[in-house]
Design a protein around this ligand. Structure first.
Ligand SMILES: Nc1nc2c(c(=O)[nH]1)N[C@H]1C(S)=C(S)[C@@H](COP(=O)(O)O)O[C@H]1N2
Ligand SMILES: [Mo]
Length: 499
């Protein structure tokens, strides 16, 4: 064989091996996902944590403000790609090793992939699935591996190897995606029956909801979700504990039954949450009916002298932590049900904190520890420059513009001012020159609940609609426009309407 020809054959070998390795990488990630779904045992989960941890804070802040949820999705795609690349390298290394010792490539590639997966997640069964899937793809590809006598694979056989490997990757990818997407992390999301107390409160919310197309009812149908990680922790109710530590007379620990079983103090509360990082007219503001217990009793049993302690640090199973005043926690609530169902995994199963009137970020999910502090410290987001531990800003959102009969136009949305409540919402249909009061939904029981607003008028020419809320203390929502970073968006929502 000429040098040129053998050079070409080498290049072809390299290309083939690359494709086979990439296919094995896809199969490994898919095989793991098939067993784990989107849980921490999925091989891409630690890779995703690593991507988040290595992204500069300024990039994350920029992404939150300009890309919104898409930023997190892009980050997770990057993590998936890195995981596929990592397992491609692992199976290529396995194949090279096998080649050197003249043993079959598939089992060696499988073993190397199992080792890598184990090192990433520590979970044996998904690691075995990742390794087996990669091994099968490498094995499929070597079925076509006859050589042409010179040590090189013939072009036809090479093409067959590549096609077999790709077919394997597609098959594993497809089956893995389907199987994995059915796993919910062990917490059932089926709607079971709700207690009588919850049922009548939900019915009340339904009745009080305004009849406006295009806005959420008073109890949200789709509750937003914000997490520091792409993959939520899976915390078992039976294994979960909550400890009260730090500057206390005696550290105490509670298990789930001790929290949820204290039937005497169980309450249902309507509570609205809003994320400090959302856009002014964004959708990260929602309301649910939560069932739980007041925090004060737990604090009292640990013995805290409120006078001497400034604040608390709440810690969670996803390594999230937020600090805020002890006085705010004293008003707080530990929720274990949402709209009459066990707290869903994405919202903090089994127990989360709800702190009245404050930005969403201190409403810590998957809560594991309440540490009482004598000196102030910074939480996860405050270390990154945010100021999101305080009370929410007042806002009126404009989410619906409906054309009714004739020249009638209906606009509507939600207004929220935390524990200050909403006194009125005003609408201008001439760009802010004149204002009219909108109809507000009747208040729901609770101290930290949004309202809906609605306004119907007639118009034939294009115009600008502006809305603004006034809180229960009589303070008008500030007009000055500010970005979400660092302490939440401000301004009045305005929208051009063309009848
Ligand atoms: N453990 C934990 N708690 C958390 C978060 C988190 O990433 N981890 N995100 C916080 C933020 S920024 C917000 S806005 C709310 C959102 O709650 P939700 O996802 O139930 O809507 O949860 C807060 N609690
Ligand atoms: Mo948030």
């Amino acid at each position: 064989m000429s040098d040129r020809a053998s050079g070409r054959a080498d290049a072809r070998d390299l290309f083939e091996s690359g494709v086979v390795a990439a296919a094995a990488g896809v199969a490994a990630v898919a095989g793991s996902y098939a067993v784990t779904g989107l849980t921490p045992a999925f091989v891409a989960a630690p890779v995703s944590d690593f991507v988040v941890a290595s992204t500069p804070d300024a990039v994350i802040t920029w992404s939150i403000q300009t890309l919104g949820d898409v930023g997190g999705q892009l980050g997770f795609l990057l993590a998936l790609a890195l995981a596929v690349g990592g397992f491609a390298l692992a199976s290529a290394a396995g194949a090279a090793l096998a080649d050197r010792f003249a043993v079959p490539a598939a089992p060696v590639a499988a073993v190397v992939c199992v080792a890598v997966a184990l090192a990433l997640t520590g979970a044996l069964v998904p690691a075995l699935a990742a390794g087996a899937s990669a091994g099968v793809v490498v094995g499929l590809a070597s079925l076509g591996r006859e050589t042409d006598g010179s040590g090189s694979v013939s072009p036809v056989a090479a093409r067959r190897r590549v096609l077999q490997a790709l077919a394997g990757a597609f098959a594993f990818g497809g089956v893995g995606a389907v199987l994995g997407s059915r796993k919910g992390g062990g917490i059932s999301t089926d709607d079971g029956p709700v207690s009588a107390g919850v049922g009548s409160l939900l019915a009340e919310a339904d009745e009080k909801s305004l009849d406006v197309d295009g806005i959420e009812p008073l109890v949200s149908e789709q509750f937003y979700q914000v997490d520091i990680n792409s993959v939520d922790p899976t915390v078992d109710r039976e294994d979960w504990t909550l400890s009260v530590t730090g500057a206390v007379e005696e550290e105490v620990e509670f298990d789930y039954d001790e929290i949820a079983g204290t039937t005497g103090s169980v309450e249902h509360r309507f509570v609205t949450l809003r994320c400090v990082g959302e856009r002014l007219n964004g959708r990260k503001m929602d309301t649910a009916l939560w069932t739980g217990v007041p925090v004060t009793d737990l604090l009292d049993s640990a013995g805290i002298d409120a006078g001497e302690n400034c604040c608390v640090m709440l810690r969670a199973a996803d390594d999230y932590f937020e600090e805020f005043p002890l006085s705010a926690l004293r008003e707080g609530f530990l929720a274990f049900e949402m709209n009459g169902q066990p707290l869903p995994r994405g919202h903090g199963h089994p127990v989360r904190a709800l702190i009245p009137g404050h930005w969403g970020e201190i409403n810590v999910k998957w809560l594991t520890e309440i540490e009482v502090l004598e000196e102030e410290a910074k939480g996860y987001w405050e270390k990154r420059g945010w100021h999101g531990t305080g009370p929410v800003n007042t806002v009126a959102k404009l989410h619906a513009v409906n054309r009714l009969e004739g020249e009638e136009i209906q606009v509507g949305g939600h207004a929220y001012a935390g524990t200050r409540d909403v006194r009125k919402v005003e609408v201008s249909t001439d760009g802010g020159e004149t204002w009219t009061e909108a109809t507000l939904s009747d208040p729901l029981p609770g101290e930290d609940v949004w309202r809906q607003w609605e306004y119907t008028y007639e118009a034939t020419d294009p115009h600008e609609v502006v809305v603004r809320a006034t809180d229960g203390e009589g303070t008008l929502q500030p007009k000055a426009e500010r970005n979400p970073f660092p302490s939440g968006p401000t301004g009045w929502v305005a929208k051009r309407v063309e009848p």
